[in-house]
Design a protein around this ligand. Sequence first.
Ligand SMILES: Cc1cc2nc3c(=O)[nH]c(=O)nc-3n(C[C@H](O)[C@H](O)[C@H](O)COP(=O)(O)OP(=O)(O)OC[C@H]3O[C@@H](n4cnc5c(N)ncnc54)[C@H](O)[C@@H]3O)c2cc1C
Length: 390
Amino acid sequence: MDFELTDEERAIRDTARQFITREVMPLEQEALLRERRHEPGLDHSELRELQQKAKKFGFWGLSTPEEYGGMNLPAVLQSLIWTEVGRTFVQFKFGGEADNILYYANDQQKAEFLIPTIEGDRISCFAITEPGAGSDAANIKLSARPDGDDWILNGEKTFITNGNDADFVIVVAVTDREKGVRGGGTTAFLVDRAMGWRSEFIQTMGEGGPASLIFEDVRVPARNILGEIGQGFELGMKWIGKGRYLIPSNALGIAERALGMAVDYANTRETFGRKIGENQAIQWMIADSEVEIEAARWLILRAAWTVDQGWDPRHSSSMAKLFGARMVNDVVDRVMQIHGGMGYTRELPIERWYRQVRLMRIYEGTDEMQRLIISRDLLRGYTKIGGHLA
Ligand SMILES: Cc1cc2nc3c(=O)[nH]c(=O)nc-3n(C[C@H](O)[C@H](O)[C@H](O)COP(=O)(O)OP(=O)(O)OC[C@H]3O[C@@H](n4cnc5c(N)ncnc54)[C@H](O)[C@@H]3O)c2cc1C
């Protein structure tokens, strides 16, 4: 058994770490100040500039196939890099990426949607959730009915990340009520904002925020169908599946950075004439955090490795998402506790992380949905206890 990174993995991981440390972390104080004024910590043009700089470091399109100018990295390497990105709370991500399901586009759609998204010239969002259908995504109602060569879309999507900024949306609509959502009754459409949908910003406890998208008789030409008619729900599940190992990878970076801050603070802050780190109460919080971080690391890397083996990653990704999201919430909570009143202030990023990581237990499948998937796999005999080593 080999738990070591290869030389290549270590070199790429270290270069990503260097980039984040040298180019992104110095922007943190300014980002915090701006966010306190309810402005984005990093605006779109600054993000693009940083992404171009990262491109010179060799980071462009981590998951993007080489024919589109990307790196097409294995999932393990993508996971390692997302962990590095997680170390900074500046809302940075490497450029050259597009939603995984945009590769189902035909040649004309690739030119119109996929390539400009990879280049950063257009912003996409993905919409399946509705006011009446979140965890129960099969209950979506937004409808598309044919009208000549067009389709007419009516309904509402909600909680859509980037929904207020996006130039176009990949929206899953019901096209055949008889067949039902799981029976091939849904279709994904590529819909430009100019076609008439509107967005309404939703205030959340996090920085930035998702949006509701409202479709009232939005006319979409049939050439904007993504993939096949009837394939919408399947594509939606593919989109969601991707995040299930990347979200906890990101969480790992947050938890490591936050715990590092707690260790430093415990070694310097004095009460009752000695360092707080000399108290067992503080030591236990540090120890529990370290153990949970380490446990999460291996669940996440195994999920990514499962993807690289070409195996079905759903079970291992759900375990990584469930544990990783819980872990980062518990770690950040302890890190705040160790910092006492300072942890609660906006002088430090801890309260920001506290708000940010809470989302990880909710979106792209709640904790409860991950538990449902994990237990169902065992109860129905799809997976063995012990996974691939069983
Ligand atoms: C900031 C943010 C960004 C998001 N971005 C996107 C996006 O880009 N695109 C998109 O389509 N969606 C997005 N979402 C939606 C997100 O995926 C949903 O909010 C999530 O899936 C939960 O759905 P819900 O909010 O309707 O909760 P509900 O499904 O109503 O669940 C409410 C509670 O009941 C629990 N529950 C539900 N059913 C069961 C059950 N059978 N057994 C046990 N417990 C159950 C849930 O776990 C939860 O705790 C985003 C959400 C947020 C908050």
